[in-house]
Ligand binder design. Sequence first.
Ligand code: BJW
Ligand code: ZN
Length: 294
Amino acid sequence: MAFCVLGRRSNLFRRMASSAAAGKVRERPSSDMAAFKEVFGKARHIVALTGAGISAESGIPTFRGAGGLWRKYNAQDIATPGAFLANPSLVWEFYSYRRDLVLSKKPNPAHFALAKAEAHLASEGRRLVVITQNIDELHRDAGTKNLLELHGTLFRTRCTSCGHITENRASPICPSLAGKGGPEPDTQDARIPEGELPRCAKCAGLLRPHVVWFGESLDPDILMAAQHELDQCDLCLVIGTSSVVYPAAMFAPAVADRGVPVAEFNIESTPGTENFGFHFEGFCGSTLPKALAV
Ligand code: BJW
Ligand code: ZN
C-alpha cells in the first residue's frame, strides 16, 4: 500500500515536471456550476475529501491561514510523538481544550449537504463516501455513514502501554484538565504530573489522543480503504483542505491524473487547484449545498 501511494506521488511529480518542461499551459479550472451539476448528476461513485475548512463555519479553527492553530502553536512542539514524549501535559492541554471546544459545536450546512447527498444517492444505487482529515466527528454528527477518518478522532484515546483504544467524550477527560483552556504557546510550564493525566482503565498506562501526528503512519486499513474508494470513484470533491499534508494531499491529484473530474471547494486556491477541473471559490457552507442540491 505504502509503495502504491509513493508510486502515485512520484508519477504525479513526473507528470507535473514533464508538462512544465514541455511548456504546456494548463487550462484554468472551471467555476461553471451548471457544468459541474451535469457531471454530478451522472456520477455513480463520489469521493469527498475534506479538511479543516469544512468545519470553519462551525466555529472550529483551521490549522493554516489567519486564525489557524499553527499560527499560534508550533506543530513540532505539540502534534508529534516527540512532543508528547517531552511534555505530555502540554499536549494533553492542547487536545483537552480542542475536545471541549468541539463538543460545543455543531455540523454546518456543508456537513449536512454531504450527508443528505449520500442518503439520496444511495436510494438510486449510487455511492458517496467522505474521506476526512478532520478529527472533530462533525461528519458523523451530520449523519454521514460512509466515512473514513484518516487522522483519527479527538474522542478516542489509545494507551501508550497496552495499545487499548477507547471511545471517550468526557469533559473534562480527567479532573486535572478541567477548565484549563488552551496552553500558552511557547510555554513549558504548568506541567501536570503524568499520574494525573488520562490513564488506561486496563493497565493504568498513560493514554494519548488516538490521532495521527506528524511523522506517524496512518492506519494501514483506513489508508487501504481510502485508496480503494479513490480507485473506484468517478467524481472527487476536495473541500476545505490546503492540500499540503501528505498522504491526503496527493489523493485528488492522483484521481485527476487518471482523467476523473475533480471539483475543489475552498475560499482560496491551493497547491492542488491547477490539477482540478472545477474550482468553486467561497465558503463551502454556501457553495457545497448549491452544488449538491438535487
Ligand atoms: C475553507 C473555509 C470555508 C477555510 N470554506 N474552505 C511527502 C512530502 C513531504 C512531507 C511528507 C511527505 N509524506 C509525509 C510527509 C510528512 C508529513 C507532511 O505531510 N508534512 C507536510 C506538512 C509537508 N506527513 C505526515 O507526517 C503524515 N504521516 C505520514 O505520511 O506517514 C508516513 C511518513 C512519515 C514521515 C515521512 C514520510 C512518510 C501524517 C500527517 C498527520 C497530520 N496531522 C495533523 C494533526 C492531526 C491531529 C490534530 O488535528 O491535532 O492533521 S496536522 C493538520 O494538517 C491536521 C490536518 O488534518 C492536516 C491537514 O490540514 P487541512 O485540513 O488541510 O487544514 P488547513 O488549515 O491546512 O487548511 C484549511 C483549508 O480550508 C484552507 O485551504 C482554507 O483556505 C480552507 N478554508 N475556511 C472552504 N469556510
Ligand atoms: Zn493500557
